[in-house]
Design a protein around this ligand. Structure first.
Ligand code: SF4
Ligand code: SF4
Length: 457
């Protein structure tokens, strides 16, 4: 009797060699890659008012975005911005499918750049396949080494740029040349560089297939009116090879000549003719590929095209459907709220900290005194003088400071102050109000409540 054989459930991933193809969508994809990568690498080098235009200064807990300085107190804006970004993703996915994945996702754009370097050093798809199969030789070593040199240099530059969003990039560059770089800075630079090298150089489509959570839940945002890339089965089948001169309709054939070009160009290695698959990142390379074949055969373009399930079944496609209205309304409300609150934002923060060591002090002439520390944060980029006052109790006065205080642009000033009032006016616990106002602009003013404690006897 034959013994049962143990079968392995593991299948190693097959390397995909996407074939290069030109066309409308390839041009769009290249434009998107150049624009997005260009922005990533250039933005840290831009200056605004003699400082880096975009800098997430974590040690100082300040985020600089062009003329805006965001402090930890501005976290609600950041949270709102993230909610708007997520909602925009839902809106555009419901409307146009995986546009983000195909043209704007960092994994896609960096993979594009890495594939371009691979083509530059190792050649076309068939040359790359032959090179991988060939035994090691001087030529193979030279080509592989050139590719690795480009990949590693680009990855290191990417890691450097990433850290440059968190540390002033010019100082970072000077520190690197002086071999004077901190441990954490080095770690994050190498980590991001290595992640880029691994994800865009080797993992590629596997990140989209197995690691990306968005690929898993995006189907929940799809409906029969969502724009998808699809093969027109009714028009294409039965598929089969034929000469260009053959009247394929008379021969009982559809428009698909089964050339496999759409499969060869696919960066995730799938066959679009098998229907909508979660591995499809909607890069539209198969549209360009199939259109080029249709042109060659003198058939109308669009056997593989952007369409909707309704349209494929000759039904009406509805762009204006309830979920689009819900997403759009929420987006308008949130963006409106963000813009309004940012426009109304006062660029100064006042924190009042009451001295906890003593409830109050009694002074001669029936005067009661409480001590506070006022923390003034000037969120604007320009230095400002502020006047300070206190109110809420009859004849209450502020002591211990001059007529005004000076706070540097983006600076924090702690001012110890004494507040005094007549004993008869401040029995028990009283609410008082501290106010500050910029001397150069009365609209830059803010108030903060606190407690004034007096005797109860
Ligand atoms: S099936 Fe077409 S659109 Fe989808 S990933 Fe492959 S080439 Fe891109
Ligand atoms: S590229 Fe077009 S014609 Fe060629 S196999 Fe794909 S669908 Fe068929």
């Amino acid at each position: 009797m034959n013994k049962p054989q143990a079968a392995s459930m593991y299948e190693s991933a097959k390397k995909i060699y996407p074939r290069e193809i030109g066309g409308r969508f390839d041009t769009l994809s290249k434009l998107a890659t150049i624009t997005l990568l260009g922005l990533f690498y250039v933005v840290p080098w831009l200056n605004w008012d003699e400082r880096q235009a975009v800098l997430f200064d974590l040690p100082a807990r300040k985020f600089y975005l062009l003329g805006l300085t965001l402090w930890p107190q501005d976290f609600p804006y950041l949270a709102l911005l993230l909610i708007i970004a997520a909602l925009s993703l839902f809106f555009f996915t419901a409307l146009a499918g995986r546009l983000w994945c195909g043209f704007a996702c960092p994994q896609t754009v960096w993979t594009e750049a890495f594939i371009w370097m691979e083509q530059l050093t190792e050649g076309t798809r068939s040359q790359r396949m032959k090179l991988d199969e060939a035994a090691w030789s001087l030529t193979k070593f030279r080509k592989k080494a050139s590719k690795q040199f480009l990949w590693i240099t680009f990855s290191m530059w990417t890691g450097f740029t990433f850290v440059g969003y968190f540390t002033p990039v010019r100082e970072l560059g000077a520190d690197i040349f002086a071999f004077n770089i901190g441990g954490w800075t080095l770690f994050w630079g190498l980590f991001y560089g290595f992640a880029t090298y691994g994800n865009a150089g080797y993992m590629r489509e596997q990140v989209c297939k197995y690691m990306c959570p968005y690929a898993r839940f995006q189907s929940a945002m799809f409906d029969k009116d969502t724009l998808i890339i699809s093969y027109d089965e009714k028009r294409g089948e039965p598929r089969g090879g034929r000469k260009r001169s053959v009247d394929h309709k008379a021969a009982g054939l559809g428009d698909c000549i089964d050339c496999q070009l759409c499969v060869q160009v696919c960066p995730t290695g799938i066959d679009i003719r098998e229907g909508l698959q979660y591995e499809c990142i909607a890069c539209a390379a198969c549209i360009d590929a199939c259109d080029s074949i249709m042109d060659r055969m003198n058939y109308p373009r669009g056997l593989v095209r952007y369409t909707t399930e309704h349209s494929l079944h000759n039904e009406r496609t509805d762009l204006l459907r309830p979920r689009m209205f819900v997403y759009a309304t929420l987006l308008v409300i949130l963006v409106g709220g963000l813009v309004t609150s940012m426009a109304a934002r006062t660029p100064v923060i006042l924190d009042v900290i009451r001295d906890r060591n003593s409830l109050y002090r009694e002074l001669p002439d029936n005067i009661v005194e409480n001590i506070y520390t006022l923390k003034i944060i000037n969120q604007s980029n320009d230095a400002r003088d502020f006047s300070l006052s206190v109110s809420g109790v009859q004849d209450i006065v502020l002591d211990g400071i001059g007529d005004s205080v000076h706070v540097d642009g983006g600076g924090v000033l702690s001012v110890p102050v004494r507040v005094r009032a007549q004993r008869d006016n401040v029995q028990g616990i009283n609410t008082i109000v501290f106010s500050i106002e910029a001397l150069d602009d009365p609209s830059v003013a803010i108030e903060e409540d606190s407690r004034f404690i007096g005797p109860t006897y």
